[in-house]
Design a binder for this molecule. Structure first.
Ligand code: TYM
Length: 326
């Protein structure tokens, strides 16, 4: 059995990029692996949050985890700030990381762009992420493509510590899906679909109504030649929609291209609406029920206890290796 760890920030608007790039893999992996799935609330405060909204969003992500199919009997589902080991290990790893490598992280560069000074938490974000992963002796990290650089840094830190202090951490591997790993914005297929983009039609959120999903897909940017063909460079809009179609339906892109030969974008988009709504509706039904249940809080409490037990064993080892305490 391999150990799997991943996390999602509770920053609202969880969208189909998060689902097709990450959550879908979480569910697939839980049957044959030992999985921990975290709601990384401490990462989300690297940008300012409204406290009441953050609390709501934490429970929303927890409910969505279960609604997409995570089973608390198979996976440990918990909130990051319930396990103090994350912050503790993050400090130890901060001392092993270099400012040079952290300043090269593209996410930091993007988020701090145009600012005279950025929050130190934003700079240290990838170190906290490395701590999340290394705290649980993780073998596999299922994520979208945008996290590749962070996984690389995690591996570098693990190897660096192992070389300096002796075998301390398991060196993890990222796991990326073929068609879901990079879902682009519907209004601008050259930038990734994001939770925070101003235009609501740039994304499909897992909690959108069928009418909204239809509108967003029908409005999605394509091109003028009207041929349903995958060509990332010259036809990024339709290529993105083909990826989404493929990830939801499980069909190969080439198979989909063939099915729409001689059809325009209108037919293709209408079918995609049906597929997306069909996949999202059952998630929403379960979400409402779970979100209002007392059981959700019990699942998180139990998850935190189980995660704490694993994290304490790792921290004991880390402290010994680094000579912390007495
Ligand atoms: P976050 O909350 O931004 O996104 C959650 C997951 O969704 C994936 N994702 C996408 N996949 C495909 N297309 C997209 N447009 C898209 N947008 C987001 C992300 O790659 C991610 O897998 N740093 C992480 C959270 C984190 C984490 C961790 C992940 C903190 N600690 C430890 C794994 C392991 C993040 O911001 O995810």
């Amino acid at each position: 059995m391999k150990r799997v760890f991943s996390g999602v920030q509770p920053t609202g608007n969880i969208h189909i990029g998060n689902y097709l790039g990450a959550l879908k893999q979480f569910v697939e992996l839980q049957n044959e692996n030992d999985c921990l799935y975290c709601i990384v609330d401490m990462h989300s405060i690297t940008v300012q949050q409204d406290p009441a909204t953050l609390r709501k969003n934490i429970l929303d992500v927890a409910a969505l985890y279960l609604a997409v199919g995570l089973d608390p009997k198979k996976s440990i589902v918990f909130v990051q700030s319930d396990v103090s080991g994350h912050a503790e290990l993050s400090w130890v790893l901060t001392c092993a990381a270099y400012t040079g490598e952290l300043s090269r992280m593209t996410q930091f560069k993007q988020k701090s762009k145009g600012r005279e000074s950025a929050p130190a938490g934003l700079f240290n974000y990838p170190v906290l992420m490395a701590a999340d992963i290394l705290l649980y002796d993780t073998d596999i990290v299922p994520v979208g493509n945008d996290q590749k650089q962070h996984i690389e840094l995690t591996r570098d830190l693990a190897i660096r510590v192992n070389n300096k202090y002796g075998e301390t951490f398991v060196v993890p591997d990222g796991r990326f899906l073929k068609s879901g790993a990079r879902i682009m914005a519907l209004d601008d297929p050259t930038s990734k679909m994001s939770k925070s983009a101003e235009n609501v039609h740039s994304r499909i959120s897992l909690l959108d109504t069928p009418q909204k999903i239809k509108k967003s897909i029908m409005k999605a940017t394509t091109d003028s030649d009207g041929v349903v063909r995958f060509d990332l460079e010259n036809k990024p809009g339709i290529s993105n929609l083909l990826n989404i179609y493929s990830a939801f339906s499980g069909k190969e892109v080439s198979e989909i291209e063939k099915a729409y030969e001689g059809h325009g974008y209108g037919d293709f988009k209408k079918d995609l609406v049906e597929i997306a709504v069909g996949a999202i509706a059952p998630i929403q039904e379960r979400f409402q029920e779970i979100r209002e249940s007392q059981e959700l809080l019990e699942i998180l409490k139990d998850g935190a206890e189980r995660a704490n037990a694993i994290s304490e064993a790792t921290m004991k080892r880390v402290k010994e290796r680094f000579g912390l305490g007495y």
